[in-house]
Design a protein around this ligand. Structure first.
Ligand code: GLU
Length: 335
């Protein structure tokens, strides 16, 4: 009789652990919060269920703690910008990339049509203009090779294959004139090369990748783990670029709430109009929250509340040396 090869063993999830109980308590605390509105400027996004809610924490040793709808798939949207920034850093290097896209927060909306007056660079890789410029720089002989390189990169972060939601992609593309306007403006100033439409297409595709909250937590934990996926051991990004990625997340990752977020929560983070937020506690954990209703700036209402509470409760603010952020894993005895 043929013997089936042994399956790789799953990391054990201590479902009854105190950490899960704490996440469950946060979930119950914010479940009744009904503020905010699901994004509807892209028709497909308007179909998201406002009641979906999940909180996940992945540790740098590969454990995942999850509550709520952690397997519900949704499109990654702007959270993709973080990871594509990393790929562009690998393709171009820090110095060269900086000549094309700045690292200054804008204080403007994510889709503002604005470039730095003097350099004509988009302000940073986390706003749409900067992200489109970053995506236009991804190397590859043609559109297919560029997309495949991007999918490979995302696969390393997530630890499994990752797919585009075609309906969202088509919806993004058919309502994407504002992004198109930015692309052509940057092309006019020599910041994006031909063909502009290929770059825009790749950008719409990256925004339409399907993930769930657990995937996002593992991706965040990969950044917390210096670029190595803690579950598969695969390197997703060169360790030397993790600091670049996290710095830009810290100053620009939460739309025009980034300053207040840095002040209150104190963690590098990124949100997307899907209602997802990731936050990173370097060398410790990746946090992901998913809840589609957004505030007027585009951040998940419940997501912001949960992250504020986690940061406060566990002392995660990076600059609060009296608190526990350096000892999260020890505190929960999960390492
Ligand atoms: N696809 C979205 C757009 O470009 C991404 C927006 C976001 O999540 O911030 O409009």
């Amino acid at each position: 009789m043929t013997q089936l090869p042994a399956q790789p063993s799953e990391p054990t999830l201590p479902s009854s652990s105190a950490l899960v109980a704490t996440l469950e308590e946060l979930y119950q605390r914010y479940l009744p919060l009904r503020d905010g509105k699901v994004a509807d400027y892209i028709p497909e996004l308007a179909k998201m269920n406002p009641d979906c809610f999940s909180i996940c924490i992945a540790t740098v040793d590969g454990q995942v703690y999850e509550v709520g709808d952690s397997e519900q798939l949704f499109t990654i949207q702007s959270i993709s910008k973080v990871f594509v920034h990393g790929l562009a850093l690998e393709d171009y290097g820090r110095e060269r990339l900086l000549t094309k896209v700045g690292v200054e927060p804008t204080g403007d909306a994510f889709n503002a049509i604005v470039l730095d007056e003097q350099s004509k660079r988009p302000y940073n890789p986390m706003v749409n203009a900067g992200a489109i410029a970053i995506t236009s720089l991804i190397k590859g002989a043609d559109a297919t090779e560029k997309l495949n390189r991007m999918l490979d990169m995302f696969r390393r972060y997530v630890g499994h294959d990752i797919f585009i939601d075609v309906a969202t992609y088509v919806s993004e593309r058919s309502t994407g004139d504002r992004n198109r306007a930015m692309g052509y403006l940057m092309h006019h100033f020599g910041m994006i090369e031909d063909p502009v439409d290929d770059a825009l297409d790749l950008y719409f595709q990256q925004c339409s990748l399907m993930v769930n909250c657990r995937d996002l937590a593992v991706m965040a934990a990969t950044l917390a783990n210096q670029g190595v996926n803690p579950q598969t051991g695969d390197r997703a990004v060169e360790a030397g670029y993790v600091r670049d990625i996290l710095s830009v997340m810290y100053t620009c990752g939460m739309y025009n709430f980034a300053g207040e977020w840095a002040y209150l929560v104190g963690l590098p983070a990124k949100s997307g109009v899907c209602g997802g937020i990731i936050a990173i506690v370097p060398d410790q954990i990746g946090i992901a929250v998913f809840s589609p209703p957004l505030d007027f700036r585009g951040n998940s209402v419940r997501g912001v509340k949960v992250c504020e509470a986690l940061s406060h409760q566990f002392g995660l603010h990076l600059f609060d040396s009296s608190r526990g952020c350096h000892n999260f894993l020890k505190h929960w005895s999960v390492k």
